[in-house]
Write a protein that binds this ligand. Structure first.
Ligand SMILES: [Zn+2]
Length: 115
């Protein structure tokens, strides 16, 4: 499962960061997840719970902020939020556009530590 390897790298990154600030435990990982990231949120949450066992992240939360796709339309010169990921068309003029402004994110926003 794709999400499992992502969960593994999240744990690696967070453990490394915790080590650098000399934290004993990570309480929470906040993540931004775009609709086009190709990651299934539920699968990632599940994988996370499995992977954090016996690590500095054991018992921590994974907070996922889901980001919808935002498309820029050169014709209307506006950025619009898309209702889904099936069609990349401007909701105003219905012209196709490939200028994706947001939606591919898969990034850690912040980490919460405890002493
Ligand atoms: Zn448009």
């Amino acid at each position: 499962m794709h999400e499992l390897s992502i969960a593994h790298s999240l744990v690696e990154i967070a453990s490394q960061a915790a080590l650098e600030v000399k934290a004993k435990k990570v309480e929470a990982v906040r993540l931004r997840l775009g609709a086009l990231s190709g990651v299934v949120k539920e699968a990632l949450l599940f994988s996370y719970d499995v992977v954090i066992e016996n690590t500095i992240l054991a018992g921590s939360r994974l907070d996922i902020e889901e980001l919808p796709v935002i498309l820029y339309c050169p014709q209307c010169e506006v950025e619009s939020q898309l209702p889904g990921i099936q069609q990349f068309r401007c909701p105003k003029c219905n012209q196709p556009s490939a200028r994706i402004v947001q939606g591919k994110e898969l990034e850690i926003v912040s980490l919460e530590y405890s002493e």
